[in-house]
Design a protein around this ligand. Sequence first.
Ligand code: FE
Length: 337
Amino acid sequence: MHVFRTLTVALATTLSVAGGVSAAEVVVYSARNEQLIKPLFDAYTKETGVAVKFVTDKEGPLMARLKAEGKNTPADIFMTVDAGNLWQAAEEGLLAPVKSKTLSANIPAHLRDPDNQWFGLSVRARTLVYNTNKVKPGDLSSYEALADAKWKSRLCLRTSKKVYNQSLVAMMIDEYGEAKTEAMVKGWVANLATDPFPDDTKAMEAVAAGLCDVTVVNTYYFGRLMEKKPNLPLAIFWPNQDAKAPNTGVHVNVSGAGVTHHAKNPFGAGQLLEWLSSAKAQNLYADVNMEYPANPRIKWDPLVASWGKFKQNPINVAQAGKLQAKAVMLMDRAGYK
Ligand code: FE
């Protein structure tokens, strides 16, 4: 009896998607741009008759707006990239937990908030890209091996100011602890061929030009660059694939969404999230930006699939948010600009 009562309380304080009545409109605040989300929402409206209104902006202004609007916000859903940002929104009380069997079934546990306040909808892999004229795949193995002296003056990196690298280092702190991670980041810095770049594309262009031999980037930037310049001597390498080390793998992050704390239409918002995790929507959502579907049962876009399969690091992406401040301080101590 006691167990049953606890469960009832838990359900009462979270949104239950199943059985809810959806109103005719859902409002989304999105840090993903219009060309990525509009086709998706149009498809949803066509299928369900539910209108989706959206506002797009950078995640910072959107979170500030949600906070300022408080319970008067028209937003039912907050959508953004990077688990660090989603974690921040939850931390600031802007999101509400959603209880949904569909979301739990469609989105692997490491790609969603343990408290169900946000859900990854696409996976972004941050991996190694190397110059095929200068490096053999056998020379590469892991993120940490890029700290070896053999890579002296051969490494290019994007700036540590970017949340993607903060998330990468945060996840490494979770995997290895601070001391080992700091030694590794110091090794990276010692191996840099030149100052860190403002974006992933510039880092890859430097590798292609022979300024350095290897860098760390999100694969969709590789896809975009190779689409424009297919003859560049660049290839993807999947690090940390040791099958005997279960708690390692390619660093993945997500783009995702959660229902807002003051949603006017929480049931409709939950239903839209469930639909976004479904087979119908996952390819529409992921393929347009050359990302990976979060739902592991969905087939990858052929171009993305051509880069090969890889083992994901199974650490919950929420750690990217939890350990972000530590990661920023660590990179600062290590001299990673
Ligand atoms: Fe990006």
